[in-house]
Design a protein around this ligand. Structure first.
Ligand SMILES: Cc1cc2nc3c(=O)[nH]c(=O)nc-3n(C[C@H](O)[C@H](O)[C@H](O)COP(=O)(O)OP(=O)(O)OC[C@H]3O[C@@H](n4cnc5c(N)ncnc54)[C@H](O)[C@@H]3O)c2cc1C
Ligand code: FES
Length: 286
């Protein structure tokens, strides 16, 4: 059982949980993820490692409530436990001194960008981070991102905070003002696709982290397959980071909606029945 030792609301639907998982924390690196189950009957949910503390044995995850499981996870309190917490999974980010790097995070994608930006800065890069969200309520970790970056730029789609516009508007300005040697982008698929469309015009290498549907997370089921440079790759073991200019985003977008009807039914059932009462066996609600 994996105890939630800290919980924080970062926005209306965005929550942070810090989990005691010393074996995972001991090996975690920026860019990797975990797969968790909230109780015995829970589905397997991949979530990126947003931070880790090897000494305290903790992993921090930030998630957005989008469906049945993330909604129920959002009701967990400090002291309650997760059933499974498997990781670290996936390949870590490739960290080296590239020169000037733009780290672009959209929505909840800011959380996975954070440890990568920090590692890139520690490796000697000038890190210009650009974070954005639809509206002010969905902006979080401005302080952390500021500390992990040489410069931080913020945008909201509706102009309710900082610059009005998309992260791609700010990225274009940075490219034209200063130039960049590498771009890292994590966020919703349309955002990553738009970033790649922009950087391709300037010939700037761009790394994206793909949230393809996953089941086992160990390369056995094939659920997470994506086409990269015309070849089939498994996001869970070959990724989740790939060369964004090689990713078939149209196929990825199609595949990520294939269970839409079942997800809707599952959420409706959850809304009728509410959270499972039996979920925690170690100190929280029985
Ligand atoms: C490597 C990886 C890292 C991720 N990191 C984060 C993170 O740090 N924070 C965060 O909020 N979300 C993250 N996600 C997405 C997260 O896994 C889904 O939001 C979650 O599984 C949704 O489950 P649900 O039951 O709440 O919603 P559902 O109603 O089941 O699904 C809602 C949407 O979430 C996506 N999704 C559903 N099941 C899966 C699955 N098994 N694998 C991947 N996507 C799925 C689909 O696009 C779906 O339409 C990550 C996904 C991957 C693959
Ligand atoms: S999730 Fe099964 S192969 Fe990647």
């Amino acid at each position: 059982m994996y105890e939630i030792i800290e919980k924080e609301e970062l926005g209306a639907t965005i929550k942070l949980i810090k989990i005691h998982a010393p074996l995972v924390a001991g090996k975690a690196l920026a860019g990797q993820f975990v797969i968790l189950r909230i109780h015995d009957e829970g589905e397997r949910v991949p979530v990126t490692i947003a931070d880790f503390d090897r000494e305290k044995g903790t992993i921090t995850c930030v998630f957005q409530e989008v469906g049945r499981t993330t909604r129920e996870l959002g009701t967990f309190k400090e002291g309650e436990c997760l059933r499974d917490f498997v990781g670290p999974l996936g390949m870590p980010s490739h960290i080296e001194n590239y020169g000037r790097v733009a780290c672009v995070g959209g929505g909840v994608g800011v959380a996975p960008v954070y440890p990568i930006a920090r590692a890139l800065k520690e490796a000697g890069n000038e890190v210009i981070s650009i974070i954005g969200a639809r509206t002010k309520d969905l902006i979080f970790w401005e302080d952390r991102m500021g500390a992990a970056s040489s410069e931080l730029l913020v945008a909201t789609d509706d102009g309710s905070y900082a610059r009005k516009g998309f992260v791609t508007d700010l990225l274009k300005e940075v490219i034209e003002d200063k130039g960049i040697d590498l771009c890292l982008a994590i966020g919703p698929l349309p955002m990553m696709r738009a970033v790649c469309g922009l950087t391709k015009n300037y010939g700037i290498k761009t790394v994206v982290s793909l949230n393809s549907l996953m089941v086992d997370g160990t390369g056995m089921c094939g659920c997470c397959r994506v086409t990269v440079g015309g070849e089939t790759r498994f996001s869970c073991v070959d990724g989740p980071e790939f060369d964004g200019h090689q990713v078939d985003f149209a196929e990825l977008a199609r595949r990520s909606t294939i269970y839409k009807d079942q997800e809707k039914i599952s959420l409706e059932r959850y809304e009728e029945k509410g959270p499972q009462p039996h979920r925690c066996r170690c100190g929280g609600e029985e």
